[in-house]
Design a protein around this ligand. Sequence first.
Ligand code: GLC
Length: 721
Amino acid sequence: MNNKQLVSLMDQMTLDEKIGQLMQLATPFYKGSANQGQITGPMVGMGINDDVVRNSGSVLGASGANEVISIQQAHISENRLGIPLLVMSDIVHGYKTIFPVPLAIGCSWDLELAEKSAEIAAKEAAVSGVHVTFAPMVDLVRDPRWGRVMESTGEDSYLNSQFAKAQVRGFQGSDLTNDYDRVASCVKHFAAYGAPEGGRDYNTVNMSERELRDSYLPAYKAALDAGSEMVMTAFNTVDGIPATGNKQLMRDLLRDEWNFDGVIISDWGAVKELIPHGVAENEKEAALKALTAGVDIEMMTACYVKNLKELVDNGDIEEELLNESVLRILQLKQKLGLFDNPYRGANEQLEKDIVMSEAHRQVSRELASKSAVLLKNDDVLPLQKEQKVALIGPFADNNDILGPWSWLGSKDEAITMNEGLKMKVNASNFTVSKGCDIETSDDRQLTEALQVAKDADVVVLALGEDSEMSGEAGSLTDIRLPQVQLDLIRKVKELDKPMVSVLFNGRPLDLHGVMEHSNAVLEAWYPGTEGGAAIADLIFGDANPSGKLTMSFPYSVGQVPVYYNNFNTGRPKGAPDAQERYVSQYLDSPNEPLFPFGYGLSYTTFTYNNARLSAAEMTADRPITMKVSVKNTGNTAGEETVQLYIRDLVGEVVRPLKELKGFVKIHLQPEEEKEVTFTISEEELRYHHANLEFSSDPGKFIAYIGSNSRDVQAIPFELLK
Ligand code: GLC
């Protein structure tokens, strides 16, 4: 249908039917769903009757070709005009083949593989009947107390923007209408959900519009520039106004400034939450505020369906405003081809053929091995297959390695560390003994594990957080490993054996009690379906670690927020003329994090040689280049991510000590050397001035090149008028 026909369809709709299109319900409300009628928790008391279901526009959480076809068939027959449902689900880092959590994928710095993982997720979701995924989540994060840092690609807006584009490309492809192997994406959570005070989920977000535009907004814009079809609003306030009722964010910025004409959906219940936020007295006012501010679809509360008719009849809301939302929703259905084929890609046979296919699992295994970050290695890794290994810890044989937002994944089909090692070494060469659970222990477990460790040549400790300790509403004030695991490490250390700690977690941790006792530390994150196989590949050297942190690891939670692109302050510690005491510092901790953004070791070593700029001065018309020769000086092939940072020495407002402006991944054989070139153009030097103008200033800059945000070579240059 063309737009005229869609308008004509809308003109046939009653007011109730129009309002119904703005309602998104979960599957228990729908005939044909596996959990039909199981109305529990927040769904009880929503006041949803059959008419509302019949007129609703989209369903949340349906999956499986059979279930989706059944729901859609029933809906089309019951909806007076036969308008199909949009089927939306959270496919964040895989559908059933689960990839590492996005924070891990970010640490791969591998945009192609990230795009590939999103494409596979889209393929598996599309044949299973899904039309739209609530991803990518691109919230910038600087606070590991927040449980959802696992869902972001990290603390840098440039890198997050690159990953946002890669994921949208992977999910949507280039022809969403005809390519039934793809799904529409919904970038979230708009905006700045990753900056809650205290790292406490859903908490207040307070920041200037300038900081919002410089740091937090670029990745959403990048996703929209890549064509993301939808935006999901965040739970939090921005400058005192809940994002879900924030006209400045949705109408002024998204619609008018960024020209976004796709569909905006609230997060779960966020429309009704305008009441506890204290900006709406009741559901009627919440409906008025949310629709006026720009929310097209209300997810899982019923303020719209219960109040919009009265608001329109009373003239409090122009029907035209409602029509705009209805038309956007119909246009998305049209773009997805649902009026021609309401079942789109749902196909039970294809589902059986491709979901969790070996090919998909191999990509997950590759991405997991590229996402892990080697934090320490005193020459104990890689292990030799002849060594007698004690595999100890709560993650020694634990399939809870998919991480949050993997609700369609199958833990039972995940490869644990135990199964991964079995693929590498003879059973006689390694013994598994848990030693303790995630947060509890008993003497028998501990005694048995210590005996196993005594009999081994090397101990691999598999440690970490339960996946429930991360993710939504998973905020922590203490980001150390649970005490029982720290006790286990200490007890094993007394045996004086080489110790490798492998961490399964969703956030940067305070590694006190881990680093000092371990001879090697490998951050595995939640590595997904093939996690144990990928980690075994790494610890036995069949893969060489290449991951680089995209979120700083603090010494302790007391440093939080700590991130690489911070400001110098007026009393920088360590400045030549700095006083001993009266500088910006802690009395009990360094200022810098334990591990900085961009940090990660390899089994080989790389040297950076002959770093040079093509000129010491540039203009807007005459960019310059940075070249550097990188050599693999070790005896193992490996991948290095060469990073370019820039510092603006004097701005109209304070400028970060450095900002990531480019990176290149290169693979080098032993003794191989490659030259890497970056172009530095005037665009890269722009920032938001006090008046929010986005522009550059002539003046002095420093270009930094290196293997992370700390260990860099500095070369000055100047931007001339
Ligand atoms: C949740 C999350 C959001 C998700 C939505 C639907 O509350 O905040 O990311 O897409 O509900 O499951």
